[in-house]
Design a protein around this ligand. Structure first.
Ligand code: NAP
Length: 279
């Protein structure tokens, strides 16, 4: 029941009506019996800073931020977390001592999801990140902070790989498409759009399949489809695998915890994603 004391969180973006976030966060509020509600607010490109001012005016309790507002929101915040500062973008705004702080929870969400799925951290692991876009950069920064031994960054556009590799001291630029390099790492992470339904190459596999072997972990952060061509090939070759729903849920869980101070109900949030997808 919505009342005068109901707290408000929202996601801004353009477009935003397709967002999974309302389903995930409203399920989490319900599971924790919190008097909160989460809505999607379309905010046109160019109006991101105005939306931050509106958050102050309306005393909105929590904000998620998606494309194209992540950079301008980081600029409009009163302060930034380590991740948001390093990346120059923010996907989450929360209140701290009356100040609006911008966080970037994708990378830490990836790290948390990895630990939950595989029961170990990425500390001392040799990691290959495929891609150098927004998601790849957040993963490189967070995996760097959690003490990976090495991060090999490979991307179709080499100049972007160079820039992304600057986000972690142990990151180096690898060779795009090198089977030898892919075979040498413990963990392969696909953060390109290759293999995504409706994307540029839905049937593609962004790394030479013959490189993948038993003992490796392969994570594809794509969540549509759940089982990408990369994950199917990696499982066939004996690697441990995981898809992108874990990262999606764990980045939302970190925002939920920033806003409410409650531990996020991960299982309920995963169920909400499944229910949303089967509609
Ligand atoms: P982005 O910033 O647009 O980056 C796209 C990346 O994919 C770039 O590295 C790009 O290479 C590469 N790429 C695109 N088409 C390619 C092709 N045909 N061949 C080789 N490389 C190609 O996008 P993003 O936001 O980082 O998202 C990347 C993927 O991660 C998407 O599939 C998205 O759904 C997924 N994602 C998942 C989560 C989650 O929570 N699970 C969160 C964010 C994103 P160039 O630099 O050469 O163009």
């Amino acid at each position: 029941m919505i009342s005068g004391s109901t707290r408000l969180a929202a996601v801004i973006g353009d477009p935003v009506r397709h967002s999974l976030s309302p389903a995930i966060h409203n399920a989490a509020f319900a599971a924790c019996d919190l008097d909160w509600v989460y809505v999607a607010l379309p905010v046109a490109d160019g109006d991101g800073a105005k939306a931050v001012e509106a958050m102050r005016t309306f005393a909105i309790d929590g904000l998620s931020v998606t494309m194209p507002h992540k950079t301008v929101v980081a600029e409009a915040a009163d302060g930034l977390t380590v991740a948001a500062e390093a990346l120059g973008v923010s996907n989450c705004l929360f209140w701290q001592d009356g100040r609006l702080i911008g966080d970037s929870t994708d990378g830490d969400g990836f790290v948390a999801s990895y630990a939950a799925e595989f029961g170990r951290t990425l500390t001392d692991r040799r990691v290959m990140v495929l891609g150098a876009g927004g998601a790849a950069k957040s993963i490189i920064e967070a995996v760097g902070r959690c003490g990976a031994a090495e991060i090999l960054v490979t991307n179709r556009s080499a100049d972007k790989a160079e820039r992304a590799a600057m986000l972690a001291p142990q990151a180096v630029v690898g060779t795009h498409g090198s089977a030898e390099e892919a075979a040498s790492v413990d963990v392969i992470i696909n953060a390109t759009a290759v293999g995504m339904a409706g994307g540029p190459d839905p049937d593609g596999i962004p790394v030479p399949v013959e490189a993948i072997h038993d003992g490796q972990t392969v994570v594809d952060i794509i969540y549509q489809p759940v089982r990408t061509p990369l994950l199917a090939a990696a499982a066939e070759r004996g690697a441990a695998t995981d898809g992108g729903i874990g990262m999606l849920v764990h980045q939302a869980a970190l925002a939920f915890e920033r806003w409410t101070g409650h531990q996020a109900p991960i299982a309920a949030m995963i169920d909400a994603v499944a229910a949303f997808r089967s509609r």
